[in-house]
Design a binder for this molecule. Structure first.
Ligand SMILES: NC(=O)c1ccc[n+]([C@@H]2O[C@H](COP(=O)([O-])OP(=O)(O)OC[C@H]3O[C@@H](n4cnc5c(N)ncnc54)[C@H](OP(=O)(O)O)[C@@H]3O)[C@@H](O)[C@H]2O)c1
Length: 382
């Protein structure tokens, strides 16, 4: 496939039945004999309405919409994935910590066995848990995830969080001290861990590697030390937390950005208070914001579709979670309308900066004492 080099985000070129939209324009490099281009592109395959973001290394394409699966277990996640596959999702996001990789693996195996689709049609992301941020632990956690998912490789493996805990080896839950604080492993070595992440690409256990919940300094530090660069940063992102500076950095470094909790994670507060006895003082209702509702009415779409479209129009990958068939369908039904520039500005104006953050991880009691806690000053702000 020939790459089209263009400077504008809005210029499309047609090539062998594939529409290509170049997101940035920079030089082509080679790495370890693998073809790498340092531009991110949005590719519209004719067979699918969902555009792909072509990642910066290894010729890997990532659908711009995926299904999130946090908190979804057994029947709930299995039904959701079956519905999602029917509705055209080809990208699924999970993590070792979600305890649902096994459930997801069962559904995927049935789907492959039925002949409805092939492994290479799917994009599967999973994550190294924060009790595994050590060079010696990366491979064994990735292999456990692959075992549970019944896959021989994942498409993307992320370091879930930059900080790390000591864990109970029998069930991999974090150890806590008598006062309820988490047992911090303050010696975790992100650069050493990244080196072993790179090895997983070379060994063929993952096609791409990336980071999650890292701040700008941490992303830059890993990037500068990396032989295989991070290709994706997955962070909380929605209308109240738009992270423009972090997005700018990622654009400069050719790292694709995935927005987690793109709808503002309704339901997260109940989870935080049930599991950790922790709640945010003002849990946001982004879906219910008057501007979002007004735009939903204007475009004859749901509030969720407006929030998701706002992100994908800025080349941000979204992974909304739903277990409801109608919402699963509507959350990928985003490609028959476009928000006007004025309406994008109206949504941009909802940004609350750090005040909009939901996932500050303060539910992990004592986490701010970890040297790699990414949101410095957070405790004092609240
Ligand atoms: N890397 C990380 O640390 C991290 C952290 C958090 C999340 N994530 C990933 O990102 C995914 C998405 O984030 P999230 O689950 O926190 O939040 P989210 O996708 O913003 O919101 C999910 C919630 O919204 C509801 N919902 C879904 N679609 C809706 C719609 N169109 N209208 C109204 N409500 C809707 C869902 O309920 P129903 O199921 O009833 O529809 C669910 O309660 C996660 O599932 C996970 O895969 C990653």
């Amino acid at each position: 496939m020939r790459l089209i080099s263009v400077k504008s985000l809005t210029v499309f070129g047609k090539n062998n039945g594939t529409l290509i939209e170049a997101v940035s324009n920079s030089s082509t490099t080679f790495h370890n004999g693998t073809f790498c281009t340092s531009s991110l592109e949005k590719i519209h395959n004719n067979s699918s309405r969902v555009p792909y973001i072509k990642l910066s290394c290894g010729n890997v394409q990532m659908p711009i919409v995926g299904l999130g699966t946090w908190k979804a277990q057994r029947d709930e996640v299995q039904n959701a994935i079956n519905v999602a596959l029917e509705k055209g999702y080809r990208h699924f996001d999970t993590a070792f910590n979600y305890n649902n990789e096994e459930d997801i693996g069962d559904v995927l195996k049935k789907w492959f066995d039925s002949g409805k689709g092939k492994r290479e049609d799917l994009f599967i992301t999973t994550k190294l848990p924060n009790c595994g941020n050590r060079p010696k632990d990366v491979e064994r956690f990735l292999k456990m995830s692959l075992d549970r998912l019944k896959l021989s490789y994942v498409d993307l493996y992320l370091i879930h969080m930059p900080f790390s805990f000591f864990c109970n080896e029998s069930n991999f839950t974090p150890l806590t001290n008598e006062d309820g604080t988490f047992c911090l492993d303050v010696n975790n070595d992100l650069i050493g861990t990244w080196k072993v992440m790179e090895q997983q690409v070379k060994n063929g256990l993952t096609r791409a590697i990336g980071l999650s919940n890292f701040n700008a300094e941490q992303v830059q530090r890993v990037y500068d030390s990396a032989e295989i660069k991070p290709t994706v940063l997955q962070v909380e992102m929605h209308a109240y937390l738009q992270q423009k500076e972090l997005r700018e950095l990622c654009k400069k470094l050719n790292i694709a950005v995935t927005a987690y909790s793109p709808l503002g994670s309704p339901g997260a507060n109940t989870h935080f208070s049930t599991k950790y006895n922790y709640s945010l003082a003002d849990f946001p209702d982004i879906l219910g914001h008057p501007t979002v509702k007004e735009l939903a009415e204007k475009y004859k779409k749901s509030a969720g579709q407006v929030l998701l479209r706002h992100l994908i129009q800025q080349d941000v990958i979204v992974i909304p979670k739903s277990a409801n068939p109608d919402r699963i369908k509507s959350n990928i039904d985003l490609f028959d309308f476009e928000l006007s520039a004025d309406d994008v500005e109206k949504l941009n104006a909802l940004d609350k900066g750090e005040q909009g953050r939901i996932f500050d991880f303060l539910f992990f009691k004592g986490v701010t004492k970890h040297p790699e806690y990414p949101f410095k000053g957070r405790e004092e702000e609240k």
